[in-house]
Design a protein around this ligand. Sequence first.
Ligand SMILES: Cc1cc2nc3c(=O)[nH]c(=O)nc-3n(C[C@H](O)[C@H](O)[C@H](O)COP(=O)(O)OP(=O)(O)OC[C@H]3O[C@@H](n4cnc5c(N)ncnc54)[C@H](O)[C@@H]3O)c2cc1C
Length: 462
Amino acid sequence: MPDASTIEKFRESLTGGLILPGDADYDEARRVWNGMIDRRPAMIARCADAADVATAVDFARDHDLTVSIRCGGHGVAGKAVCDDGLMIDLSQMDAVSVDVDARTARIEGGARLGNLDAATQPHGLATTAGMVSETGVGGLTLGGGFGYLGRRFGLTIDNLLAAEVVTAAGRQIRANATENPDLFWALRGGGGNFGIVTAFEFQLHAVGPDVLVGQSFFPISEAGDVLRFYRELMGDAPDELAASAFAVTIPPAEAFPEEYRGEPGIAILACYSGDLEEGNAVLAPLGSFGSPILGFVQPMPYVELQSSFDQGVPDGQRYYWKSQFQRELSDEAIDTFVAHVTTLPGPFSLVGFEPLGGAINRVDADATAFPHRDAQFALGIWSGWGDPADDDAGIAWTRQLHAAMAPFASGGVYSNYQDQDDDGRTSDAFACNLERLKEVKAKYDPENFFRINQNIPPAVSE
Ligand SMILES: Cc1cc2nc3c(=O)[nH]c(=O)nc-3n(C[C@H](O)[C@H](O)[C@H](O)COP(=O)(O)OP(=O)(O)OC[C@H]3O[C@@H](n4cnc5c(N)ncnc54)[C@H](O)[C@@H]3O)c2cc1C
């Protein structure tokens, strides 16, 4: 560990600032979304710009410090924060600039999805981004990026035009289709393995300001029929439609009849991002299906939809996730799922199916580092509760459902949904692209300096 005067010089060399154990803001700065994570870095570099990031990388390398990278702090495995080492915190780097004519956005590497939508939607523009506005653009993009617009415009990475990167050697370089194209390929799905992205440049598309939203909540006893209907709805869905089906705890909100509040339910959550009239026809079957305890199909500002689930997964609760991909939803898979979700492990649990397909699956499995281009659904078992005393039961419940659904899964896993005990699933996460990713890692980070992540080891030369 460097001595006090060396640390002081490091502090002075950073524009953004350095936080040490004992500082008033230390505990807040090391906190991440998942309240299960309680790690204590030796230092937290609050970077203000790419120069700060390069300074922090050089300092860590010169003093042999373990490094973790924090953007939105929403990685469930908590890899944004390390014990004893240097946490490189990008969260102050959240500026966005939009080129309306070119329909592109440049966004700094520590921004959150809410920053992106807030800057692009006033121009009627958007790109694919996840369902909770507090999630970091950095982690979400580097793993792939699912969202309501994915079936129409592809994953977030399919809309990535360029990235500005600080490498393990502290060099600031650019990656795009022509500059460092091997790195550009690896960044699109390979996670935080290859360097620190200080800015992303995205292709935008005309979206909103209103999209058509359909949401229907049913008692959990109807889950089997609801999921069969969901399968049909998505079976011949146009690319503009993205619908998920989740077992949830019915919120304690007045809109829901009292007898259902706090009970498990099953919900279909749909967004049609194209022409609203056409959307009304596409979502009509959802509007007329069954007798929901709450249901509507109505226009909603896209930017409002993008933050509408923020409250359901609050910061600091205890989360444990498992996930897998499905190429189809068989009757047997539905029945197995239904048998398990009669109870949920806590009020912050979202357990169910997100749609892939459409433009996501029209990209070749090896065109980017994200290989899962033949899956139709991602099963997310996102369990969440508040009391540490519920940890064992919640984790066991999650593992049981994951194991029960395994016979129906493709064998892959989305790296962005890997939890702390999923480190052994590297082959599942990167599949056919793993060997090539190792080669790129060996070129840009041969010492595995960036290793607190869903780690891809560097290829070993013969
Ligand atoms: C509530 C919630 C909702 C979610 N919804 C979605 C969704 O709709 N779609 C979806 O695809 N995913 C979703 N996710 C998963 C999400 O994509 C991952 O958790 C992602 O890692 C979060 O990114 P972050 O920047 O917030 O996380 P962090 O914890 O800050 O970072 C996670 C890791 O990403 C890497 N990283 C982050 N930023 C950079 C950077 N600038 N340069 C280099 N490496 C970096 C680091 O290795 C870091 O350890 C959701 C997660 C949560 C908790």
